[in-house]
Design a protein around this ligand. Structure first.
Ligand code: ARG
Length: 416
């Protein structure tokens, strides 16, 4: 009997803790940019009521008179697995096990910075699948994750391992060199738990001996990847800097183009007409050429970055002006996790309004991810909510200092 009472008490305490009434200074309406004087009632991870001066007999009141609340932020291009202090050749010195443990720390930092959802685009050994599952099971704290597994790429391209000589080298786990190999790899990634497919449609900045302007994969190969992925309901993200690779990937039917550095106006229109999202990581260039240069990034990469970053920012402005669907993707992992929000001020500097930049990281990102019931503070939506001390519409850098994080209705941080 005593045990039964105890069990009952624990259960009811638990439910009690899961019912909260948040009383902030304001809620930022991310559709209009207006501040609303509303409270939020959260129960079992879901927003159940939003309104003025709410009261409840059962919910715990959380008073937060200094905070402006908005939906949890999303970053649709991160690499949570790995030690961000390692660059170039140092990267091959650590095991996948250790990289995954760094991933645990990186996931926590990302969530604490206000990013409640991320898309992880590229990791070996399905370590990203394990991290996602550990978060979903509540073993560790981290953002909601969508993961790709090993990114597909050509022999010797970005997404292969190019640092070692022939006799010591092992191909990247996603290397495929024909449409049928590509289909098989998509099937394999799905089998082992990937949510989406990432492939490299051009060379990259951070890889050895690849050309950012060179297309990787033929149209037929890209088409096979997209067809196979879409057949299984998986979205496809294509890494692409050079114009030819970007165009070919869009024509092959990808859902998002990552980086999009050398995109021109005609191709921005092609993306718009094909409903393709552009993800343009316009903060990371300053990191690579600043701090990163001191940390062992290969000279070859620095040289490529000098020719990429500036143009990417100019093309970002063009894409904003033409009305492209731009999602918030940073490539965190090159720089330290938890600094994702630094990109907001770059997006504003290069042509977006603050509201557009916030929407890129909420409404637009959720649309790309295909997750419903997320990205709004509305009845029936997941209680993924963050708080800041200043109005980000007026001061976008307020998002760099997140003082309240709730994910799935649980309070992760609440700093006074
Ligand atoms: N992962 C990308 C690559 O290696 C990073 C590109 C960073 N540079 C930039 N301007 N976005 O190609």
């Amino acid at each position: 009997m005593r045990v039964l009472i105890l069990v009952f008490l624990c259960l009811s305490l638990d439910t009690y803790a899961q019912e909260l009434l948040l009383k902030p200074k304001f809620i930022l309406d991310i559709e209009t940019g207006k501040l609303l004087q509303n409270d939020i009632h959260v129960k079992d991870g879901i927003i159940v009521r939003v309104g003025k001066n709410l009261s409840s007999k059962t919910a715990t009141i959380i008073s937060m008179p200094s905070k402006i609340l908005l939906p949890g932020l999303m970053d649709t291009h991160v690499h949570l697995i790995g030690n961000t202090d390692l660059q170039g050749y140092e990267n091959i010195s650590e095991s996948s096990y250790l990289s995954t443990l760094y991933g645990v720390m990186n996931a926590r930092k990302t969530l604490h910075a206000g990013f409640t959802t991320v898309r992880n685009v590229g990791a070996s050994n399905y370590t990203d699948v394990a991290l996602r599952d550990a978060i979903n099971r509540g073993i560790i704290d981290g953002p909601r994750m969508l993961v790709s597994g090993p990114p597909l790429g050509i022999t010797g391209g970005h997404c292969d391992n190019n640092l070692l000589p022939y006799e010591l080298s092992r191909p990247g786990q996603g290397v495929v060199d024909s449409p049928w190999e590509a289909r098989k790899k998509v099937r394999e990634n799905r089998k082992f738990g990937a949510d989406l497919i990432k492939f490299c449609a051009t060379g990259g900045v951070m890889s050895k001996n690849t050309d950012v302007n060179a297309k990787q994969f033929t149209f037929q190969e890209m088409k096979a990847i997209v067809d196979e992925a879409h057949n299984h309901g998986m979205k496809v993200a294509a890494h692409a800097h050079g114009l030819e690779g970007i165009k070919t990937a869009i024509n092959a039917g990808v859902d998002s183009v990552e980086h999009s550095s050398f995109i021109d106006e005609e191709t921005i229109m092609l993306a718009i007409n094909n409903d393709v999202f552009l993800s343009m990581d316009i903060y990371v260039s300053d990191y690579i050429l600043g701090e990163g240069a001191l940390n062992g990034i290969l000279e070859e990469s620095l040289e490529k970055e000098r020719k990429t970053g500036r143009l990417q920012r100019e093309n970002f402005r063009k894409a904003v002006n033409l009305g492209a669907k731009i999602t918030f993707g940073t490539d965190a992992g090159i720089f330290k996790h938890g600094n994702n929000a630094k990109q907001f001020k770059y997006m504003v500097k290069w042509g977006m309004t603050s509201l557009q930049a916030i929407q890129a990281s909420t409404i637009v990102a959720a649309d790309l991810l295909g997750i419903n019931n997320i990205a709004y503070i509305k009845e029936g939506y997941y209680a993924d909510i963050i708080g800041v001390e200043d109005n980000p519409i007026v001061n976008i850098e307020a998002l760099e200092n997140v003082t309240f994080v709730m994910k799935d209705g649980s309070i992760i941080i609440n700093q006074p």
